[in-house]
Design a binder for this molecule. Structure first.
Ligand SMILES: *Cc1c(COP(=O)(O)O)cnc(C)c1O
Length: 223
């Protein structure tokens, strides 16, 4: 199926979900996750009207960057090794996976102006998942004050792999509560107004629970 057709299906589902919970669809930004697909398919996504692209590996991002350059707004969504920061930093507008001081320090050192970051939180506490533990998130965000080139615009999480909708919903709901708590602390370096959550299988639940950025791969550009 063409990306254009997949996009109109996704947009319809977003609109339906938003009307259910009385949200404006404009407040939900779609990041097309292109890690599974070719440069050609990615270009097709841009032609279809997609503005935000997400990649989870530095080599994937660099390869697509070669052909697409600054046309899309780039999001780095995967776990980021400290030594890879320099490869991607001048290309991305958002980093969704800030979860430790060593990474914050490196981003801060390499950036020439403040970069929008999401602090990744491991809400499901699965061993395999990256992210800071929820109990440690507030202190961590507070400490990010020491890095002037890091602007914490929100929180990000990945829901656990489960069929249990309540478990997924709880994960998103708890992230939202944490985001609001941090937002209300009024840190100048951390407005923390955004929520990056929801993928192909759970984006409607994420929107119902307040997602402002959803990251969709398979259902949007995959086959
Ligand atoms: C791959 C990936 C996605 C998209 O996953 P789909 O299930 O294909 O929509 C979203 N977020 C992150 C961090 C990913 O690595």
């Amino acid at each position: 199926m063409k990306v254009k057709d997949k996009l109109s299906i996704i947009e319809k589902r977003i609109a339906q979900t938003c009307s259910k919970v009385d949200r404006d669809p404009k407040d939900v930004k779609v990041i097309a996750v292109t890690k599974y697909v070719s440069n050609e398919r990615t270009a097709e996504a841009l032609d279809a009207g997609i503005q935000h692209l997400g990649e989870n590996r530095d080599d994937g991002l660099l390869s697509k960057w070669e052909t697409l350059g600054n046309r899309p707004i780039w999001h780095f969504i995967g776990s980021l090794q400290t030594r890879k920061v320099k490869n991607i930093l001048d290309k991305v507008s958002y980093i969704h996976s800030l979860d430790r001081h060593s990474l914050a320090k490196e981003i801060n050192k390499r950036a020439i102006s403040p970069i929008n970051c999401f602090v990744q939180v491991n809400m499901s506490k699965e061993e395999s998942k990256h992210g800071i533990q929820p109990e440690a998130a507030i202190d961590f965000v507070k400490e990010l004050e020491m890095y002037p080139n890091i602007r914490t615009i929100g929180l990000m999480t990945m829901a656990p792999l489960t069929e249990d909708e309540m478990v997924i919903r709880d994960c998103f709901r708890n992230l939202k509560a944490l985001q609001e708590e941090i937002h209300h602390l009024d840190f100048p370096h951390a407005p923390c107004t955004e929520l990056s959550m929801g993928m192909s299988n759970d984006f409607e639940i994420a929107i119902e629970e307040g997602a402002t950025y959803i990251r969709i791969g398979t259902a949007l550009v995959g086959e």
